[in-house]
Each structure stands twice: as structure tokens, then as C-alpha cells.
Design a protein around this ligand. Structure first.
Ligand code: F6R
Length: 610
């Protein structure tokens, strides 16, 4: 999704902004642009494609500017081209605006401004902003007031940064529904939509809340609400090492993040397992544990991969916590009449913590009086801040667009929450201790699975030209089938579907022939024999089968074409292990197809539009 980076200080701003924009590349975008100020001179440069193309365009320009704003755009209104790229400007090019989000009422505003004689150059919703601001300035307002008045006229979401040639010592920023942070340096201030873009420069961060606006100078800032109330903002010290957001010697962020899983999984459980008491300690839920455990119903809600984690969570909670549990697509929740009661608990799961659909569903759940918890990876993100309480996954920054380590860490946190509730309800100390012992062994087992990387790469060679894939699993491994199929679709553009294995005979079996590879997730568990029967059915129709099987399963080798063996654990933790070979398989197929695995086409890391 769109990214924002800004700088105001004494240094040349272009290299700082370009570097920041590159750090946001993982979010997905299709064009980029930058504008600068120095005294009463200004400039704007835009390009379609990567930030490196913008950089090339800037090479021959004198860039003696120390105030600037840069943007990466992910098209929503109007095709990706230079005209539609940000920054947008007013008629005399004195005001420049970058905008993340969507202005829902841009059409009536645009119509009105056109009737007043304004000529629009782009097809975007965002271009109304510089013209609106211009109108208020012409009535005698300061830049800050003009931006504030303009934002009071728009409906929708925004993270904005605005500069003006007539007030060249400041940047105005504001936020509603789209993230925005300040980084405070010494005699310089950074602006970004994501803390990753400025962590190289400072660790002193200010997070803005919705409906807040600020006037930012190189050495200070003043914040208000957009309804003109003065506010004090807290400065937060963010601890994040720069190498956490670099590739660390790997070809892609995705493989780096897959390989980091022994550590990220360990970090998700670090300090949270109480072996002696056979339970989990989750400080983020303090004050809410009782209400959670007494819930009549738990609703897990999210989008995409995080939604698949919810499905696994449903199995965990029903098996051990014995609380009726449901899973909801966050994107669907608001568009029906959900029956939500005050004794329900919603748990929203989100890597980014900024997914617009999840945030909207969360507002709805809050409005209806439910307890709202969050499981987020990005510290200080909107979902983390807006939930009543929550648990961070601590997987570290996930840059690859396809989620991998964040998913396995979400499963760990769900297991911890399940354990916490289960021990307060029915599960015995011994059973609780057993779950903990198994959890502790997971990082080592993941290490063992990652050693199969070469084997999985060889298997991938056989499927580079496949057009379709079926992923099949049962019980806890049904969501893994969905997640495996999503990973392949996202980065290799091969059509793939996940199904509960037994559903195959109710339709998908019609697709099976020698050109339809089927991946079975078939560890030795209570449904193993039934899954083996499904494998036989595929083989009888000449289908190619890849099985993810248990280490000690020597029967399956003769039955299938390829087998990837993983260590065993208890059923509730098995998806953490079985999902990893599927991440590797998708990765290698996509790399062998020569595709950009870290930034697949049309996808964004953080989906901040509904
Ligand atoms: C898939 C993927 C997406 C996200 C989804 C929700 O690999 O990354 O499906 O899971 O967009 O994002 P978060 O978890 O940030 O709310």
C-alpha cells in the first residue's frame, strides 16, 4: 500500500527520503514521487515503477533542498502513471500534498471545485486536497489551519503530509485510518507511514491517533485534534536494530523470514511459559483474563493469512478451552447484522495491525460492547492501540509481502492464549505442563524442517510449469492447506485451492488427472488413515501427490510421488510445523519462475483500504 516519508532539517532531504521509501517498498506500490522546498524554490519529480527509477530521474538535478515529502502509490483511483502519482499540487504549484487512504466524497468536492474554475490534472481522489487547502489559504488562513479545515470537509481515510512554498519551514501532517509517525532527531524531524522507514535515523517516535494533526518543524512539533483541541503527544523509544529490516545475506526477505522461524517462534513464547504452573503468562492481557475466560463465545477475526491462523485457533480453543469459538472474515463482519453480546470476546489477529477491514470490524465489535483483544506483530500499530488489551507476536519485522514467520508466531500466541484459558477452566496441571514441554521443543523441530530446504527446492523444479494445485488436509491441517494454497497463489501466480481432504470427493476430484498436483498434509494423527484413503483416490486417477508426512511414517513413501517428512508434536501445534514446508515450496517455485517473491504483483503488505 502507499507509503509516506518526509524530512525537515539541515541535510539534503532527497537521499534520506529515497532511502526511507525503499524501506517501504515491501508494502507494494506502482509509482513514486517526491517534492522539495528550499526558501522560495520548489520541485516535484515522479516516476512509474520502482523507487530506483525515481532515483535515476533525480540524478541530474541539483538537490539542495532540506525539506521534502516522498510517496509510493498503490493505485486505487486512476491508473498507475506519473500524473496520478503523488505529490499532488494546487494550480500555481505552491502547495504539495501526499496522501495515503481514500477520500470517499472526492467526487462532489471535485465537482464543486471545478465549478469554481479549478482544473484537475489527475484522476485521483487525493488531488482535491491541495486545491481545497489552496481555497482556505486564499481566505487568509495559515497552512496549518487550511489543512485542518480541508480535512474537516473530507470523508474517508488519510495519512497526509503537506508543504507550502509560502511557509517553507514546516510540514503539516495528519492522520485518520492510515498510519503516520514522526521520528525526532537532533535538529531534524522525520515523517513516515511506517516506523521501518525512519528507524535508521532515530528511535524517538511519536505515533499519531486518528483525527490528529501536527505542525512539524526541524526541532519541534505542535499537535491538535482536527476539531482544534490542543493535545500532548508521548515520545516512545522504539528498540529495533537496523539489520532486523535488512536481507541479512539472503536473496529475498521471504526466505530470510522463513529461515528466521526457529528464533521468531522462540521470541513469541519467550518469558511466557510457566512450566511449574502448566500455564502461560501474558502481561498484555492483565486485567482482562477473567472476562476472557468467562466469555460465552470467542470470535476470532482477521483477513488473509491471519484469518487462516484464526481457523487454527478455533480448533485449539474448542479442544482445550471448551468455549464456543467462531471465525469471521473481518471484511464481512460489518456488512451483515452480526449478533454480538457484551459477554463475547473478539480476538483480532493482524501482522501489520493496520488492515483497514480488521480495524473497521474491530470498531463494530467495540460498538456492540464485546471485549476486544488484539494479536499484532507491529508494536504501536492501530489495532494494538485500539484494542482493550492484547498480545504482541514479537516475530520481528516482516518485510516480504507473503506472510510466513508472522503466521507461525500467530499460531504460537493462539496456543498460549488457549493454554491460559484452558488451565483456568478444565485442563489439568499435567496436561498443561505437557503442552508447554511440546511448545518448548518447537523451535528445534522447525530448525530440522528448514534443513529440508534443498530437498524441497528439488521437488519445486518439477512444478514450475504447473497451472493448478490442490492442497488437502483435515482437522488442524485443513487451515494449513488453505494457507499453503494462498502462499503459492500469491507469489507464483499458480492457481491453487485448499480443501478439507474429505471434501475432495464432493467436487474437486473431477479435476484430478496427471496435470493436477495434489499436496496432502498427512501427519500421523487421528485422521491419518482417512487421509491415506484420499491419497489413494488421487493416485487411482493418475494425480501427482506431494505429502507432508510424519518422520516415522514409512508407509507413505510408496504411495506418493514426493514426501517431505516433518517431526511430530501434539495436534494443536502441528500446523506450526506442517506450514513451513509449504512456505518453502511456494518460495522455490516462484523463484524458479523468475518472479519477484518479495513484492508480488497487485499485492500490498499492509492493506489500508477497505
Ligand atoms: C498473505 C498475507 C495477507 C495478510 C492479510 C492481513 O501472505 O500476508 O493475506 O495476511 O492482508 O494482513 P494483516 O495480518 O497485516 O492484518
Amino acid at each position: 500500500m502507499c507509503g509516506i516519508v518526509g524530512y525537515i532539517g539541515e541535510k539534503k532531504c532527497a537521499p534520506i527520503i529515497l532511502e526511507g521509501l525503499k524501506r517501504l517498498e515491501y508494502r507494494g506500490y506502482d509509482s513514486a514521487g517526491i517534492s522539495f522546498l528550499n526558501g522560495n524554490s520548489s520541485g516535484v519529480v515522479k516516476s512509474v515503477g520502482k523507487v530506483s527509477m525515481l532515483e535515476e530521474k533525480l540524478e541530474n538535478q541539483s538537490l539542495d533542498y532540506s525539506i521534502g515529502i516522498g510517496h509510493t502509490r498503490w493505485a486505487t483511483h486512476g491508473v498507475p502513471n506519473e500524473v496520478n502519482a503523488h505529490p499532488h499540487f494546487n494550480t500555481d504549484k505552491s502547495i504539495y500534498v501526499i496522501h495515503n487512504g481514500i477520500i470517499e466524497n472526492y467526487q462532489p468536492i471535485r465537482k464543486r471545485l471545478k465549478a469554481e474554475g479549478v482544473e484537475f490534472v489527475s484522476d485521483t481522489d487525493s488531488e482535491v486536497l491541495p486545491h481545497l487547502i489552496d481555497g482556505f489559504i486564499k481566505k487568509g488562513m495559515s497552512l496549518f489551519e487550511a489543512v485542518r479545515y480541508s480535512l474537516n470537509e473530507v470523508q474517508g481515510t488519510y495519512g497526509v503530509a503537506v508543504i507550502s512554498i509560502n511557509e517553507p519551514d514546516k510540514i503539516i501532517v495528519a492522520k485518520k485510518g492510515s498510519p503516520l509517525v514522526l521520528g525526532l532527531g537532533v535538529g531534524e524531524t522525520f515523517i513516515a507511514s511506517d516506523v521501518n522507514a525512519l528507524i535508521a535515523h532515530t528511535s524517538r517516535i511519536v505515533y499519531f491517533e486518528d483525527n490528529e494533526i501536527a505542525e512539524v518543524y526541524k526541532d519541534r512539533f505542535y499537535a491538535k485534534t482536527i476539531t482544534d483541541e490542543k493535545i500532548e503527544k508521548e515520545i516512545i523509544e522504539v528498540k529495533m536494530a537496523l539489520d532486523e529490516i535488512d536481507k541479512g545475506g539472503y536473496d529475498h526477505f521471504m526466505i530470510k523470514e522463513i529461515m528466521e522461524q526457529p528464533e521468531s517462534i522462540f521470541n513469541s513464547m519467550r518469558g511466557r511459559l510457566l512450566l511449574g504452573e502448566g500455564t502461560a503468562r501474558l502481561g498484555g492481557l492483565d486485567g482482562f483474563v477473567e472476562r476472557l475466560c468467562d466469555s460465552k463465545r470467542i470470535i476470532l477475526s482477521a483477513c488473509g493469512t491471519s484469518w487462516h491462523a484464526c481457523l487454527v485457533g478455533e480448533y485449539m480453543l474448542e479442544q482445550f478451552a471448551e468455549i464456543p469459538t467462531e471465525v469471521e472474515y473481518a471484511s464481512e463482519l460489518r456488512y451483515r447484522n452480526p449478533i454480538i453480546n457484551p459477554d463475547d470476546t473478539f480476538i483480532f489477529i493482524s501482522q501489520s495491525g493496520e488492515t483497514a477491514d480488521s480495524l473497521a470490524a474491530m470498531e463494530e465489535a467495540k460498538r456492540r460492547g464485546a471485549l476486544v483483544l488484539g494479536i499484532c506483530n507491529v508494536v504501536g500499530s492501530s489495532i494494538a492501540r485500539k484494542s482493550d488489551a492484547g498480545v504482541y507476536t514479537h516475530a520481528g519485522p516482516e518485510i516480504g509481502v507473503a506472510s510466513t514467520k508472522a503466521f507461525t508466531s500467530q499460531l504460537v500466541v493462539l496456543a498460549l492464549i488457549t493454554l491460559l484459558i484452558a488451565r483456568r477452566r478444565k485442563v489439568s496441571l499435567v496436561d498443561g505442563m505437557n503442552i508447554i514441554q511440546e511448545m518448548k521443543k518447537i523451535p528445534q523441530k522447525v530448525e530440522k524442517i528448514l534443513k529440508l530446504n534443498d530437498q524441497i527446492e528439488k521437488i519445486a523444479e518439477n512444478f514450475v510449469d504447473a497451472k493448478n494445485f490442490l492442497y488437502l488436509g483435515r482437522g488442524y491441517n485443513f487451515p494449513v492447506a488453505l494457507e499453503g494454497a494462498l502462499k503459492l497463489k500469491e507469489i507464483s501466480y499458480i492457481h491453487a485451492e485448499g480443501y478439507p481432504a474429505a471434501e475432495m470427493k464432493h467436487g474437486p476430484i473431477a479435476l484430478i488427472d496427471e496435470n493436477m498436483p495434489a499436496i496432502f498434509i498427512a501427519p500421523k494423527d487421528s485422521v491419518y488413515d482417512k487421509v491415506i484413503s484420499n491419497i489413494e483416490e488421487v493416485k487411482a486417477r493418475n494425480g501427482k501427490v506431494i505429502a507432508i508426512a510424519s518422520e516415522q511414517d514409512d508407509k507413505i513413501d510408496d504411495l506418493v510421488d514426493y514426501v517431505i517428512k516433518v517431526p511430530d508434536t501434539i495436534r494443536m501445534l502441528m500446523p506450526i510445523l506442517t506450514s513451513i514446508p509449504l512456505q518453502l515450496l511456494a518460495y522455490h517455485i516462484a523463484v524458479k519462475k523468475g518472479l519477484n517473491v518479495d513484492q508480488p504483483r497487485n499485492l500490498a503488505k499492509s492493506v489500508t483500504v477497505e
